[in-house]
Design a protein around this ligand. Sequence first.
Ligand SMILES: [Zn+2]
Ligand SMILES: [Zn+2]
Length: 333
Amino acid sequence: MKAALLTRLPSPSLEIQTVPLPDIPPDGIEVTVEACGVCGTDLHILNGASYRPVLPFVMGHEPVGVVSKGPRELMGRRVVPSIFVGCGRCDPCRAGDERLCAQGPLVTGVLGPWGGFAEKMWLYPSQPVVVPEGLSPWVAAALVDAGATAHNAATLALHRQPRRVVVLGGGPVGFLTASILRSQGSEVVVVEPNILRRDLLISRGYDTLIRLDQADPTPSSVVVDCSGVPEAFLAALNWLPTHGCCLIVGYSEVPRVDFAIVSRKELIFKGVRSGRRDDLIAVLELAQRRAIDVPPVTTWPLEHINDALSALQSGQVAGKAVITVNNAIRHEC
Ligand SMILES: [Zn+2]
Ligand SMILES: [Zn+2]
């Protein structure tokens, strides 16, 4: 199969090569990939600043494809994976939180099983989720990780019954978080310094700001940090009112944080790691019903994956970057 191979770390690019599909376990499900989203985590892996999979490796943790070998009820169905595979025995796994597995989960396309930047891949039986009718592979790809994460973050934000939610970062996760919150009737404002992304949000009717300090720190505000940049985290720390809450969705290394301010205001910081399988199912259903706005998708064929990575790295993609595989077509929607 043709695949974009990660052969060293750090690495500026991936190598298009023909390689055999790795051995599929007896109960594994073979998927013929149609598309796969590109995520900020892919860039961090390439930079050597994140997960370190065994090399060579095929990244791509937002795949969509058609089941080509597996149980009869799934044959020919379009599926996306719930990407985390846990031990199945620890408390988090038994509660449906495989992504928080005490043993450290495998993550398809990130750590362990190869991902979707290839013509074929395989999944564990616990992973496939059937894509609802009417959703294109490109839209489904935009939701696999970004959508599940946004659904988890938006649900946690709503639990706090905020008067207003401030989303930091208007990339795909921030966009989808704002979109889900808006669909639930929540007042939401997105802070995004990148003009391409801000213009896109404005065109879809969102309130936006360039910097967090332009917003009034209304009591019972919740900040959802989807930016992954240290400056945003520090701005939230200073801006949040007493008993304010920040959900940390995109994480970064923040040097020399003074936690005195956390105590003085009794702030709450809560981490968000991707989403549950249920979040993925819910966000696919919201998108199918057109209840949420999905970021526009720009696609690149697998052969040109390095162009997609550089466009993303240099902040030239306002919506979601998606790689098309098998019958690749250039497509914008
Ligand atoms: Zn991701
Ligand atoms: Zn576990």
